[in-house]
Write a protein that binds this ligand. Structure first.
Ligand code: TYD
Ligand code: MG
Length: 436
């Protein structure tokens, strides 16, 4: 007699567990668990592309298929590592209103010039997609599938697989063999796997749009990030004019690569030189502002770090880091206090990176320290200065990677005084030069 198993699942969010739980670890709902018999799904027939299941010698593997397809959006191509890889699965995440659907449609239009592109719209009706396309001045070439049953879509595409497939969004599509509703953990995972299998088998470049929860995780399982080849994520302010797209994971290129877009009434337009946007040369700099030559992905970008230091009116002093690592800031403040004699213990300190870009590399240490010092002393830093370098606990400046490229980028934008570990030995020397 076959043994029957049960699986428990949260009726609120679809979280599955092998045992009953009083409280769902995912959505934190109480008493939401239900039981259902465990059924082993009959998986879609898998076809292997190599001879039987025998391993292929590495030198015999045909790599011609991995020729990248340029999208015509140069910055986007650069984020991917040089264009779209056929057979790859890319996840495009971001908060609502970030421009995911807009970007997906623009990419679809570009790729449609090279082959067939299918756009699965689960979020909007076909008519809404049409309206958006008209706004983006996209004429023809895209095939729109207003179908949320992913099995039907994939089976329909089986006879003539497209060059690219776009699914907007993964939370709205579902597979009949997966027994939970669209958007649940199981569905999101199974749909992603089905798409991955389709993409790899037909060398179809697949782009999947995903929503994010408030805490920044891609809704549904974080697991999704492990399944896909590339994770692109819109960061920064969704209400502002500029959108930053960052590669968090990339099997075909480097991570942390960014691409900056401006949202216009006719869609997203790429900004070729982000340094000009984040740190345009100014004749005069207010106190508390420093230009930092940072490296994002593979390229140098100048950013502006701003600090505000004010006396604490009562209680514990506040430290607020926006787009900067809070722990790193605490360390820098301690160094300023001990090595430069600034009495910051009785002051509130706010530090922020202008433009919504997040900076986490230690090379920004010196810039942050100088911005805080400048605001504390209420004296602006030299208008032609740009800084980079890691701070050690004894106040020494440490060398960072790609120093020559950081310096070249700063000089290109007219910053002539470079405050860097190559020229200065410690924080004290940097403070002397910065205010000269
Ligand atoms: P959208 O791409 O729908 O965001 P998402 O799919 O990530 O939720 O649209 C983002 C915002 O951009 C939306 O508020 C409307 C605005 N927008 C423009 O400003 N110009 C345009 O051409 C388009 C299509 C949208
Ligand atoms: Mg959308």
């Amino acid at each position: 007699m076959p043994k029957t198993h049960s699986v428990y699942f949260c009726s609120a969010c679809g979280f599955e567990s092998p045992r009953w739980l009083g409280r769902c670890p995912q959505c934190e709902a109480w008493n939401s668990f239900d039981e259902r018999p465990f059924s082993r799904k009959t998986a879609a027939p898998r076809r292997t592309t190599t001879r039987g299941s025998l391993p292929t010698p590495l030198h015999e593997i045909d790599e011609r298929r991995v020729e990248r397809i340029p999208t015509g959006l140069h910055e986007y191509d650069a984020v991917l590592g040089g264009g779209v890889v056929p057979g790859s699965l890319t996840l495009l995440g971001g908060p609502p209103g970030a421009g995911k659907s807009t970007l997906a449609l623009q990419i679809a239009a570009q790729l449609a010039q090279r082959g067939s592109v299918v756009y699965v719209c689960g979020e909007e009706s076909a008519a809404q997609v049409k309206l958006r396309a008209r706004r983006l001045r996209i004429e023809a070439g895209i095939l729109v599938a207003a179908e949320t049953n992913l099995r039907t879509v994939l089976e329909g595409l089986e006879p003539a697989p497209p060059l690219a497939l776009i699914v907007d969004s993964i939370q709205t599509v579902w597979l009949p063999e997966s027994e939970s509703y669209a958007g649940s953990v199981a569905q999101v995972r199974d749909c992603t796997q089905a798409l991955m299998e389709f993409a790899k088998r037909h060398h179809c470049a697949t782009l999947v749009v995903g929503h994010v929860t408030k805490d920044g995780a891609i809704a549904g399982p974080r697991l999704l990030e492990h399944l896909v080849d590339t994770v692109l994520y819109f960061e920064g302010d969704a209400n502002g004019e500029h959108r930053i797209l960052r590669a968090y994971k990339n099997r075909f290129g480097s991570i942390d690569e960014i691409c900056v877009f401006a949202m216009h009434d006719s869609g997203l337009r790429e900004i070729e030189n982000p340094s000009e946007l984040f740190a345009g040369a100014r004749a005069e700099r207010p106190s508390g502002s420093t230009i930092v030559a940072s490296i994002l992905g593979s390229r140098p970008v100048l950013i502006e770090v701003q600090a505000l230091v004010g006396e604490t009116s009562f209680g514990t002093p506040r430290r607020l880091a926006n787009n900067v690592d809070q722990q790193r800031l605490a360390m820098i403040l301690a160094i300023l206090e001990r090595r430069a004699g600034m009495q910051l213990g009785t002051h509130d300190v706010y530090v922020s990176v202008a433009g919504g870009l997040r900076v986490s590399e230690p090379a920004a240490d010196l810039g942050i320290a100088l911005a805080v010092a400048s605001s504390f002393r209420n004296r602006p830093i030299r208008a032609d200065a740009a800084a980079f370098g890691e701070l050690g606990l004894s106040g020494e400046l440490r060398a960072v990677n790609a120093a020559a490229r950081r310096e070249a980028e700063a000089r290109k934008l007219g910053y002539r005084t470079i405050l860097s570990p190559e020229r200065l030995s410690d924080l004290e020397a940097a403070l002397r030069d910065a205010f000269a």
